[in-house]
Ligand binder design. Structure first.
Ligand code: NAP
Ligand code: GLV
Length: 311
């Protein structure tokens, strides 16, 4: 089967060449625009596709993303309505995401930013040692990554609250919330807010002034969802007022972050360049193979997202 590689922002071969080489016997990767093979292309691997990309492939059946989130493929205007969009569900990514988030929770809990400032100023001063049991952590999104994050946080003693769209059974050491009312109830008890939501029309702009105001004063934001979840001006105001004490930001509305952006030198912001965790080569290869098998059988591929719901 022919698979078109489609991205405006990444050279997919240099990122995932190993995955493509490993399955080359079954799936032939062709660079977009694959003019010589346009009719044969039945699947695509895409990340931030150009707006007209999918119009080139009359027999396209499925598009795989290279991540857990499918938002940038779903947003492509030329994506035909019947085409399945497949995301990658990778336990190795969830494990790495959990480690990343845990580190930022502890960065806040143990006041490491203050220790760094003290070291710079040669100040020897012990700080209040807060127990994890006193630092409530709320997860926006309790999906495949959120569940793994919750396991790691609860194992260390942090009280964990989890918000999802639908109500679901939870382990005894977690408290679950759903819906708009559930969100406000949860935020009132939240010190650290971790965003692990997919970007959909319902979740766009959810990290805003109302959400920050509903949190415990001096709270902390860990933003690893998508940049468009955050209203940047509202975050800056919440940091300025002290309603939030700091924020760890991995994703941004414009990536790479423009050179003149205030976040680069903001003393309360800890930035990483959308680097919380990529999917693994093995998970991508397995996803492409499972998608090709399903397309050949005329079936819906595993991990095809619900296009109406947006994730
Ligand atoms: P997932 O398994 O699809 O889980 C999504 C969770 O969000 C589910 O619990 C879902 O609720 C909840 N949700 C969706 N819409 C909601 C709404 N309107 N209200 C309340 N809850 C809502 O996704 P995942 O694999 O955990 O990944 C989550 C996101 O993390 C990705 O979409 C991506 O944006 C981000 N991500 C970022 C990085 C990075 O490097 N920064 C890496 C990986 C992923 P239900 O359970 O009720 O469906
Ligand atoms: C990364 O952002 C992903 O969605 O996997």
């Amino acid at each position: 089967m022919h698979c078109a590689l489609v991205s405006r922002t990444l050279d997919l071969r240099s990122y995932f060449g190993k995955a493509l080489d490993g399955i080359a016997e079954h799936i032939q990767a062709v660079d977009h625009p694959a003019d010589d093979h346009a009719e044969q292309v039945q699947m695509a691997l895409a990340w931030h596709p150009p707006a007209d990309a999918f119009a080139s492939y009359p027999n396209l059946k499925a598009v795989c993303t290279i991540g857990a989130g499918a938002d940038n493929v779903l947003a492509c205007p030329s994506l035909p309505p019947h085409v399945d969009v497949v995301r990658v569900v990778d336990p190795a990514q969830a494990e790495m995401m959990a480690g990343f988030i845990l580190w930022h929770v502890i960065w806040h809990q143990r006041r490491f930013a203050s220790f760094m400032a003290q070291q710079k100023a040669k100040i020897w001063k012990r700080l209040d040692q807060r127990r994890p049991q006193t630092v409530s952590v709320a997860l926006l999104g309790y999906g495949q990554i959120g569940q793994r994050v919750a396991e790691e946080l609860t194992a260390l003693g942090f009280p964990v609250l989890a918000w999802s769209r639908t109500q679901k059974p939870l382990p005894a050491n977690l408290r679950g919330f759903h819906g708009r009312d559930g969100l406000l109830t949860m935020l009132a008890e939240t010190e650290v807010l971790v965003n692990l939501l997919p970007l959909t029309p319902e979740t766009r702009g959810i990290l805003n002034r109302d959400a920050f105001a509903a949190m415990r004063p001096g709270g902390y934001l860990i933003q690893v969802g998508r940049g468009e979840h955050l209203v940047e001006a509202d975050l800056l105001a919440a940091l300025q007022s002290g309603q939030l004490s700091g924020a760890s930001l991995d994703v941004f509305a414009v990536e790479p972050l423009p050179q003149d952006h205030v976040f680069w030198h903001h003393p309360q912001v800890f930035m990483t360049p959308h680097d919380a965790c990529d999917i693994s080569v093995d998970a991508l290869a397995a996803t492409l193979m499972a998608t090709a098998t399903a397309v050949q059988a005329g079936e819906r591929p595993p991990h095809a997202v619900d296009r109406q719901r947006g994730y």
